[in-house]
Design a binder for this molecule. Structure first.
Ligand code: AMP
Ligand code: MG
Length: 529
């Protein structure tokens, strides 16, 4: 790690909290507090991302070394690091929550690679900071496996995301009440080293506007523009407006990818939305097994379902409106900001339509495609349908499958049998609805004239075969809690090629087994982590 070239632009450019201890406090007129990680008892490397290590120039020998486990647990610093926790606020579940900040994340520093890419290395679970409020600054193996695995899987799925370098077991137990129901128990702890060009969130800006600290707001905005959006030009009111539009476009693209792969973030507060349009803060997220637009994995949100799958685009837009308000003082007028905000809807609608078309293997729009897509979304909810398997099986369906007039509904649906959770229980009516949609779809494919092999290839490129299903992550967690990271490794291996057929890993493409339907971690998650 001595070879890493640190260039700590954030701490160098922005005002610091004068205090450097981890006493909990409100921090004013500062973007961050310098704070050191608290060492853990027995750091042990459970898994690491080969790709991320390579990007940073760290080889396998190093990643397997004692030094790597110690540095990536926060037990040892390397020359050039200048650790800090960032100050931010946020709207949580629709309400302004005041100061939040990195309560258990500590940035070690920013690395510049040979091709001048900037990578912030941040430990999550590295101990208390001034922003820890009433919590302990730690993270459990459970949530750390989930963050590590999912961020790398999302990268391979082509979804903009923060990355993860390593997962280190701490050898310590921490107390968590997983479902906030008065049953606290000790759980093994871990530290994830996550990596991104920046972990700046919408909330980093909101806090200064909320406190009427426009000077610090301006400094942070200038820094963010110059460092992460240099192509937009030097800061000015016009450039801030264009900046908002760019963040809206990126966020729209990101959420469109989430909808494509069936990812539900679970806690889209403004402090959990990146200004770079990256998926950030993997907490009580989940993957749709059964396609259900109203599903949220987050039990804390079970009542209002604010962060349910189908609502993610609207919530992203709501969050961006809060960001627009936050940068209003830098622009001085509302109208241009409102116009910029509209680029979210424009980008999303275009991207979403094209994405849905591509999921169906259709190359260009044709009359009736809108209703074909809408009716598909209804059809998917008629009976419990596995979203991932459905699209893969649809890709395999030959165009002439229903040509003969006498092909009955059961035979039309049969090739998709694997996608259904209980096909024997389907009513005649349900079977009819599904079969009718398939007939319409195949007619539309015939009209397009695309050969089946070409359509299958195209569909396989946008419809993943493998996603890190909730129950798979849970199986990996069960082992990792015993100190065995082998299943985390194996799932990472599978997720390197999520769109490819991998016959040796067929079991990992299976739909959620019945035992996982109601098991904690597989279908319901809380924010406790
Ligand atoms: P979240 O919505 O889970 O991303 O976190 C909301 C806020 O709670 C952030 O400021 C986190 O840093 C903080 N937080 C969550 N868990 C802990 C913890 N175990 N210790 C300290 N702060 C935490
Ligand atoms: Mg967060």
């Amino acid at each position: 790690m001595q070879s890493l070239r640190f260039d700590n632009s954030f701490v160098r450019s922005l005002p610091a909290d004068p205090a450097t201890d981890n006493r909990r406090r409100q921090v004013y007129e500062a973007c961050y507090s310098r704070v050191l990680p608290t060492a853990v008892a027995h750091p042990k490397m459970l898994a690491y991302s080969r790709e991320m290590a390579q990007t940073l120039g760290l080889d396998d020998d190093f990643m397997a070394s004692r030094e790597a486990a110690e540095v990536l647990a926060g037990n040892r610093l390397v020359a050039g690091m200048d650790p800090y926790a960032a100050c931010y606020g946020g709207h949580q579940f629709g309400h302004w929550a005041g100061q939040l900040g990195d309560g258990r994340a500590i940035t070690l520093g920013e690395v510049l690679t040979d091709d001048d890419q900037r990578w912030e290395l941040q430990l999550k679970g590295a101990g208390p900071t001034p922003y820890s409020r009433t919590a302990d600054g730690r993270a459990v193996v459970r949530s750390s496996v989930r963050e590590f695995l999912c961020s790398e899987a999302m990268h391979h799925l082509g979804v903009p995301t923060t990355r993860a370098l390593s997962l280190v077991g701490s050898g310590e137990k921490i107390i968590r009440d997983m479902f906030y129901d008065g049953n606290p128990r000790p759980e093994p702890g871990a530290v994830v080293c996550r990596v991104a060009p920046s972990f700046l969130r919408l909330g980093n800006f909101e806090i200064f506007t909320a406190r009427r600290d426009l000077e610090t707001l301006r400094q942070l905005a200038e820094y963010a523009l110059r460092t992460h959006f240099p192509e937009l030009g030097e800061p000015s009111p016009e450039v801030y407006v264009e900046w908002l539009a760019e963040i809206c476009r990126r966020t729209a693209q990101m959420v469109c990818h989430w909808q494509r792969v069936g990812f539900v973030h679970g806690v889209m507060n403004t402090d959990n939305l990146s200004i770079l349009g990256l998926t950030i803060d993997y907490g009580p997220y989940g993957w749709l097994d059964v396609y259900d637009p109203d599903w949220t994995p987050n039990t804390t949100d079970a009542e209002g379902r604010r962060y349910r799958y189908a609502y993610q685009p609207q919530i992203a837009h709501w969050n961006l409106a809060r960001f627009a308000e936050a940068i209003h003082p830098l622009v001085g007028e509302s109208a241009p900001l409102e116009d910029a905000l509209a680029s979210f809807g424009n980008t999303f609608n275009d991207a979403y339509g094209n994405m849905m078309l591509s999921k169906l293997g259709l190359e260009s729009w044709h009359e009736g495609d809108d209703s074909l897509i809408l009716d598909l979304q209804k059809t998917l909810t008629v009976v419990e349908t596995d979203m991932t398997l459905f699209y893969r099986l649809l890709a395999d369906l030959p165009t002439d499958a229903v040509d003969a007039a006498e092909v009955d509904d059961g035979s039309v649906v049969a090739p998709l049998a694997e996608a259904y959770y209980d096909i024997d229980a389907h009513s005649t009516e349900a079977r009819r609805t599904i079969a009718d949609w398939i007939r319409r779809y195949l007619q539309r494919v015939q009209l397009s004239g695309t050969p089946d092999t070409i359509r299958r290839q195209a569909m396989r490129r946008v419809n993943p075969k493998y996603v890190p299903r909730n129950y798979l992550a849970q199986l990996a967690i069960d082992k990792a809690e015993e100190g065995d990271g082998s299943l985390v490794d194996e799932l990472l291996q599978v997720m390197r090629h999520p769109y490819d057929e991998q016959p040796q890993f067929e079991t990992y493409a299976a739909k959620r087994p019945e035992w996982a339907r109601h098991r904690a971690g597989c279908s319901m998650l809380s924010c406790s982590s």
